[in-house]
Every structure is written in C-alpha cells, then in structure tokens.
Design a protein around this ligand. Structure first.
Ligand code: FES
Length: 226
C-alpha cells in the first residue's frame, strides 16, 4: 500500500463520518459477546434505522471497553447538541445494554439528546478513575474492522539480543545453517513480537533469511525460507 492509497482510505473514513452527531461503539470483545453484545448491536442497527437516524449515527463494534462484568458495554460519543449540551462533545458509557436498552438509548439519547441516566456508568466510577488505559486506550474510538495491520517495532531491541544469543549458542562455530537452526531463530523472534509475526503472516508466510557473516564482513552461509 502506498501513501496515496492510505490517503484515499483516510478520506473515505472522513466522509463517512461527516455530519454524524453520534458515534456508537458497542463492545464486541469476548466478554460482552458472551453476555449479548451481538444482540445489542443488531438492536441498535434496527432502532437507528426505524428512528430515521442512520445518517446521523455511526455504529460499530469495538474492542474491550474495560468493565467486562457489566457488559454488554456501549459507549456513545455525541457532538453538537447530541446530548443536550450544545458545543460540547460528551461521552456516555452504558452498561448491561440488552436489546430493550438499546432501543431506549436510541429513542432518548439519539433522538431527543437526553442520555439515559439509569443505564449510565458514572464518569467518576472508581474503576475507571484509578486506571490509565494503555493497550486498550483507543477502544471505543477506533473501529477494529481494519484492513491493514502495521507491524510494530517496539520489541526490536529484545529480538536483536535474543537472535544474537541464539546465534551464539546454535550457530557459532558451525558453517551450515540447517532448517533446525533457522527455526531456533524464528522461535526467538516470535516469542517477543507476536504482532510482527501475525502481521507478516497475514500476507502469507513470514519471510526469513539468516546470514552468517565472518569477521571481515564476508557471507559464510545463508539460508532463507519464504
Ligand atoms: S469485553 Fe466488553 S468491556 Fe470487556
């Protein structure tokens, strides 16, 4: 994918969001799916269509929102006068959203701008107040239905050290890089960075080349697997 193609995706997402008053993120992670998240998502879809609000609401499934035991969890982000407070973006987290609750949220919050207090988790809930989300920091903000996964590089230093240790132990002093030695190196990479392994696997096999270099920079042996 090149920069123009990436930009085209950005524009497509921007135009699909423009004019929307509400973003409704229904937790679609394992905990909430097991407590009825799928039914809640379907109920939102139907109620939004019935209320004629499809052009004002962006509805999507998202990753874990944090309070799994109170699922299905739903986060509604409203701008404009979407929650009765003109000029302010407000964020409401709803808990135990069954299909009936989903219909109520659409009718009250989205159609009338009145959040349903009985279903809301207070903004100062101690569970959320005491934590700083890192890995799940963007849950509820991004739609995980992505078509591109970029390999992460945060573990490069650890992987480099591991590969060096493996090379010293299994390859040092031997001229041949056998399939088994190649596997040892691969295992070291996978142990540290499942993101890298998964993302490269998504496009086929993980390309791997191990090259044994002598003290003068000359290549003594090489083995690849594609
Ligand atoms: S799985 Fe939904 S909040 Fe964790």
């Amino acid at each position: 994918m090149n920069a123009d193609e990436l930009q085209a995706i950005v524009e497509k997402v921007r135009s699909s969001r423009s004019g929307k008053k509400h973003r409704v993120a229904v937790c679609a992670a394992a905990g909430c799916l097991s407590s009825g998240g799928e039914a809640a998502l379907a109920a939102f879809k139907a109620a939004i269509a019935e209320a004629g609000l499809a052009d004002q609401v962006e509805l999507f499934g998202t990753g874990c929102l944090g309070l799994c035991h109170a699922g299905p969890l739903v986060q509604v982000e409203s701008g404009g006068d979407g929650c009765g407070e003109p000029g302010r973006i407000c964020r409401c987290m709803y808990q135990k959203v069954d299909p009936a609750a989903a219909v109520e949220i659409v009718r009250e919050h989205m159609a009338k701008g009145k959040p349903v207090d009985a279903l809301r988790i207070p903004e100062d809930d101690p569970f959320f107040k005491e934590q700083t989300k890192i890995v799940l920091g963007n849950s509820g903000r991004i739609d995980p239905g992505v078509n591109l996964i970029i390999a992460t590089g945060q573990n490069n230093l650890a992987m480099n050290k591991t590969v060096a240790q493996i090379a010293r132990h299994f390859i040092d002093g031997k001229k041949e890089i056998t399939e088994g030695r190649l596997n040892r190196v691969e295992a070291g990479i996978r142990a540290y960075d499942p993101c890298l392994s998964c993302s490269t696997h998504a496009m086929g096999r993980m390309p791997l080349t191990v090259r044994l270099v002598g003290p003068g920079g000359e290549v003594l042996a090489e083995r690849s697997r594609w």
